[in-house]
Design a protein. Structure first.
Length: 448
């Protein structure tokens, strides 16, 4: 029982939760995000996904703190970090030991938190077994993991067992959420109701948003990095090394080669925002099989490091996966991280790289705002992003340069409406087209 007691010190003294390192780090941080509290209903399983060091364990600990403050019996709260558990048998024994321990007390309900459970192969079979034999009837379970592939596969094996609708993501902060750290209000806009007066009103406060956007390009949306950036006005090597170790460790755990992943990340960095095919990418990176590229792109995407943008045939309304794709890093920090990992091959603050980072920021903003995001190209050229607003395709083009002229709109004419995301230029044309600075556009919560 000693290992269980060590990870659950509130069993012996409820005030011990206040000494938890994650809670202390959260309380001492200069900038803090809004915590997501779970309803924690009986017989329900909650899955919390997200990349390493994004705040999953902190979220779990703050949920435990709230339970204790709500006068829940501390012995009904069980937490375990599964990093050192390697087998189903060990996980089964762990949970069973707690259930046996809790049976000695008059507990109406139990709360089980299994942190980083994806380190255990086929963990879902253990939960499924305990559910099936009725051992978890009075339990609410929260499961976290950084390996989205394994967590999703495990979740899929638990249909009808209280997991439906209870999957949540913690991702790096979008710029709109980043602004709230500095006391700025996040405003909503419905792109279906695209009017000059509305956009002009939302332009208020642009200078401050532009200043913070410049910082966001450098720090990204991971709270630990944001706080470190505020402290030392940059990102130190220790921060880079810490995240690289986690990436390499997670890749090795699923029996993939960190060196190959690094090589492919290098290629993504150099080809960021450009169209690529698996064959051409494999050839350029001197990787023998394009299937290897496909496997590692899927792996990096499931580790929340990258996201792929595919071509969509707008006439047929279907994705054409044999067409070239575009790949973006999901946060500006990951661009700097990979650049450090491969030996600083590019200049992060160069106009070319900055433009690609901004395009990635816009892409992530769209991905978290709309169900589908694609790109489009024809003989007249390429449009960076297409989203669906109502039943109509809405084009968005990124032009990160000092001045954007009205003539840039011509590419969007076939759509009757559209946006160009600029560096500074702001203009509304006939209430159908607009040129909007990226710092302004990415500060909005977008209507779907």
């Amino acid at each position: 029982m000693q290992p269980l007691i060590e990870q659950n010190p509130w069993w012996e003294k409820k005030e011990a939760i206040e000494q938890n390192i994650k809670i202390q780090e959260y309380n001492n941080a200069k900038l803090r995000y809004k915590i997501r509290y779970f309803p924690l209903k009986r017989k329900q399983i909650y899955v919390l996904r997200g990349p390493r060091q994004i705040g999953k364990t902190t979220t779990v600990m703050l949920n435990i703190q709230r339970l204790i403050k709500d006068k829940i019996n501390p012995k009904s709260i069980f937490y375990y970090s599964c990093d050192l558990i390697k087998s189903q048998e060990a996980l089964l024994k762990l949970i069973t030991d707690y259930l046996d321990f809790s049976a000695s007390y008059d507990l109406d309900k139990k709360y089980i938190f299994l942190d980083e459970v994806t380190t255990v192969t086929d963990w879902a079979d253990v939960v499924k077994h305990l559910k099936n034999i009725g051992k978890l009837e009075d339990c609410s379970i929260v499961i976290t993991g950084s390996n989205s592939i394994d967590l999703k596969k495990g979740s899929d094996r638990l249909p009808g067992r209280g997991i439906e609708g209870n999957e949540h993501f913690i991702m790096p902060l979008l710029f709109s959420d980043y602004l709230t750290l500095f006391g700025l209000e996040k405003k909503s806009i419905d792109l279906k109701k695209f009017e000059k007066k509305q956009l002009t009103n939302l332009f208020l406060g642009f200078e401050e948003k532009q200043r913070l956007f410049r910082k966001y390009i450098l720090s990204g949306g991971l709270l630990k990095i944001i706080n470190r950036f505020e402290e030392i006005k940059g990102i130190d090597n220790l921060s880079y090394e810490t995240y690289i170790r986690w990436i390499e460790g997670d890749i090795a755990k699923i029996k993939k080669n960190p060196a190959t992943a690094k090589q492919i990340c290098q290629g993504i960095l150099l080809k960021m925002s450009s169209r690529i095919t698996l064959h051409s990418f494999a050839k350029e990176m001197e990787i023998p099989a394009h299937s290897t590229i496909s496997d590692y792109l899927e792996l990096l995407e499931e580790l929340f490091l990258i996201k792929t943008l595919n071509f969509k045939d707008l006439n047929k309304g279907i994705y054409i996966y044999r067409k070239p794709r575009k790949v973006y890093f999901r946060d500006p920090f990951y661009v700097a991280l990979v650049n450090y990992w491969i030996g600083k091959e590019i200049k992060i603050n160069s106009p070319e790289t900055e433009s690609k980072i901004v395009e990635g920021i816009v892409f992530e903003h769209l991905c978290q705002s709309f169900k589908e995001v694609s790109y489009y190209s024809d003989k007249k050229g390429e449009i960076d992003f297409i989203v669906k607003i109502g039943n109509k395709n809405f084009p968005i083009e990124v032009k990160w340069k000092e001045k954007v002229s009205d003539s840039e709109i011509y590419k969007l004419n076939k759509f009757k409406r559209g946006l160009i995301i600029s560096k500074k230029t702001f203009k509304v044309i006939n209430n159908n087209y607009a040129i909007i600075p990226a710092a302004l556009f990415c500060s909005w919560s977008l209507g779907k």
